[in-house]
Design a protein around this ligand. Structure first.
Ligand SMILES: NC(N)=O
Length: 688
């Protein structure tokens, strides 16, 4: 990192890291108190802590997905590839990390069909394939969490240090500490509500940057001027591997290589990460597919539009006295976007960037904390240490696990920092170690023929194949010199990523076709199901529907009471309502997820970029205008989806909580939610 003086004083760094951390902790405590008093969902319940009682609506889940999937890298690495490869970088970053979330909609539907009451994806592996498979896949699951968490800490601390001079060591520990406090206070539902507020502010800041760069800044101020500046930069410093050395083309060899690495690595960090399974678990069965499709599409706008704005601005401003000169290490640390923000808007740009990055890092960190807490609680403590654990013990361990993992995150970030591994390096490396488990995990949850030994051997052999391919390629291309710099090259990382996911996928599928299992998923459907609910599978839905019909035959007030009772029942039992698991509905949700996600994948990865790549198109002013304006419209639609839509779908719950508060303050009576009250007293209702 270069040693130029910082744009903001050190106090600003501590103020943001500690101040915003404490602010959100207090905010979370308020939300938790409101939830406990005015809704039927009790934060002290372990099911509520880890899975929000499996009752969350799609808009809020979509917002939680956007928030968990918006890492430091989403803002910094996407801008770094825009800085290095031009307009192809943001496309490959955005599209190459959106399709996995869209495809995950299929896994979410299968989860609701095949293991509706599991707490973690590892419980499904353990139930289907036993202890060895559980331990092997737990390695991949936790390795994913550690790599993602380290990237968050590295990206966050590098930017805070760069903009304010705050000590990197302090940032590594203070960032997860603040988040841990609010996660411990709130659990999954409060985390989703906090994610929502983070995402709202995040979009507001991103839109501000977009309008600054493309409308108001005297340094750029229009798409046409951006085009002129990028064309001049292409003339002055042609980009190696790009058509005519231009920043204005999708025809970028290194951009494409990054695209492939990006696609593989992000398959690993979605499919292997409990954070995304957890959002499917917290979701209502009927709407989880919608949530993942909306979340994926909404997320795309963040890296694509942000990097098309600040990443390209960093190129356009080269030579401007206010723009610092970036070394390759600065670029790998993700600093083009913060530098461009500071060059465009001075201290206020740097401060906005700091807040933006901190919000992205903290909300993704909260997802990682609660994900690892669930694995340590259900897959380690309850499975191997205390299978008879009581509700109170489970709840206690899940809270301790959050605090423990916050410490581990800080340490992991620090270790990578000291050995000189940057966020950008780790981003391209993740698929090398994690890629081999992607196909076996998907097969475990979706395919009755998937073979236990085929999938274990696939994951382990793919892991070693990835490491060997990466090291051999590094040695071959760099005169036998293997170090952090040489091993971080594009072709070296590409070889490792392809070998890992390729060997893992091919071995798992071929082995399973030769020696197929015929697994009926009955045992996974029974995970965590009380005998009266899910000991038997989908036939139960019929009885439950009939029962519900009977209960609904009364007047409207009775209907409401019955539904309250049903919510209370399922909170107490921590299971999904049978009627919601109606087989035909889930089958059609799966089919919808399958064809829509595959169509979107083909459009985003093949139909849009490849013709532009092969035609070697170089965007003129009209082409760039269309590209940027589509990004801006997409950003507005995304903001609407994850900011306005969750409010709309939760209007009843918000109304009930407001009524309860008003009754407490002005009504002269208790506004506290009263479970299944027969006399209509209390502010009973549904939480968001
Ligand atoms: N979540 C990502 N890959 O930005």
């Amino acid at each position: 990192m270069s040693s130029v003086s910082t744009v903001l004083p050190q106090g600003a760094g501590y103020g943001v890291v500690v101040g915003i951390g404490l602010f959100f902790s207090a905010f979370m405590l308020c939300l938790t108190a409101l939830q406990a008093r005015y809704t039927p969902f009790k934060p002290s319940n372990s099911e509520e802590f880890s899975s929000a009682s499996r009752s969350v609506k799609p808009g809020l889940i979509a917002s939680g997905i956007v928030s968990a999937w918006t890492w430091a890298a989403t803002l910094l690495q996407s801008s770094a590839v825009a800085y290095k490869y031009g307009i192809s970088g943001p496309w490959w970053y955005g599209a190459g990390a959106t399709i996995q979330v869209l495809l995950f909609a299929q896994l979410a539907a299968k989860l609701k069909m095949n293991a509706p009451n599991a707490h973690t994806w590892l419980e499904i592996v353990a139930t289907r394939w036993g202890t060895l498979a559980h331990c092997v896949f737990m390695f991949f699951g936790l390795a994913t969490n550690i790599i993602v968490s380290s990237m968050l800490i590295l990206g966050g601390s590098a930017t805070v240090t760069d903009l304010t001079g705050m000590s990197t060591i302090a940032a590594c520990f203070l960032i997860p500490l603040g988040v841990a406090i609010y996660v411990v206070a709130g659990g999954m539902r409060a985390t989703l509500l906090c994610d929502y507020t983070h995402t709202t502010v995040l979009f507001a800041i991103i839109l501000t940057f977009i309008f600054t760069v493309y409308a108001t800044s005297p340094k750029i101020g229009s798409i046409s001027r951006m085009h002129d500046l990028l064309a001049a930069a292409s003339e002055a410093n042609p980009v190696p591997g790009n058509a005519h050395g231009s920043y204005l083309t999708i025809r970028s060899k290194n951009g494409l290589i990054f695209g492939v690495i990006n696609i593989i690595g992000n398959f690993a960090t979605v499919f292997n990460d409990q954070a995304y399974w957890q959002r499917a678990i917290a979701s209502r069965p009927a709407s989880c597919v919608k949530a993942y499709l909306l979340g994926g599409l909404a997320w795309f706008a963040i890296p694509f539009t942000f990097a098309t704005t600040l990443g390209l601005a960093a190129v356009a401003l080269q030579g401007d006295p206010s723009m610092r000169v970036l070394s390759p290490a600065d670029v790998s640390a993700g600093l083009p976007a913060p530098s461009a923000a500071a060059a465009l808007l001075g201290q206020s740009g740097a401060a906005a960037m700091l807040v933006l990055l901190f919000l992205a890092v903290t909300s993704a960190t909260s997802a990682e904390l609660i994900a690892v807490s669930s694995i340590l609680t259900y897959d380690v403590y309850k499975k191997y240490v205390n299978p008879q654990a009581t509700e109170a013990q489970i709840s206690r361990v899940s809270h301790y696990a959050v605090a423990f993992y916050a410490l581990v995150m800080g340490l992991a970030g620090l270790i990578f920092f000291y050995i000189g591994v940057s966020m950008g390096w780790l981003y391209e490396f993740m698929g090398v170690v994690l890629g081999s488990a992607v196909v076996p995990i998907a097969l475990c949850v979706t395919w009755r023929k998937a073979n236990k030994w085929g999938c274990i051997i696939a994951s382990v052999s793919g892991f070693f194949a990835g490491i060997v391919a990466w090291l051999v390629t590094t040695s071959a291309l760099n005169g036998s010199v293997i170090n952090v710099t040489t091993s971080g090259g594009d072709l070296e990382m590409l070889a490792g990523n392809l070998a890992s996911i390729g060997v893992g996928g091919i071995v798992a599928v071929v082995y399973s076709l030769i020696c197929p299992e015929n697994f009926d998923f009955d045992s996974t459907r029974a995970i965590n199901a009380p005998p009266t609910h899910h000991a038997h599978h989908h036939d139960a839905a019929d009885d439950a529907s009939k029962e519900k019909e009977k209960r609904y035959s009364g007047d409207e007030k009775d209907e409401k009471e019955v539904e309250m009772q049903s919510i209370n029942d399922h909170i107490i039992e921590g299971v999904t309502e049978d009627a919601e698991l109606e087989r035909a509905g889930l089958e059609s949700a799966f089919k919808f997820a399958a064809w829509s996600s595959v169509i979107l994948l083909v459009v985003m990865i093949l139909l849009i970029p490849l013709p532009l790549f092969f035609a070697e198109t170089i965007f003129g002013k009209r082409g760039l205008s269309a590209w940027v304006i589509i990004g801006i419209i997409w950003a507005f639609c995304s903001a609407f989806t994850v900011v306005i839509y969750p409010l709309w779908e939760s209007r009843e719950a918000l109304g009930m909580v407001s009524k309860g508060i008003l009754k407490d303050i002005f009504g002269g009576g208790s506004g506290k939610y009263v479970e299944t009250s027969k006399d209509g007293s209390g502010a009973g209702g549904y939480a968001a």
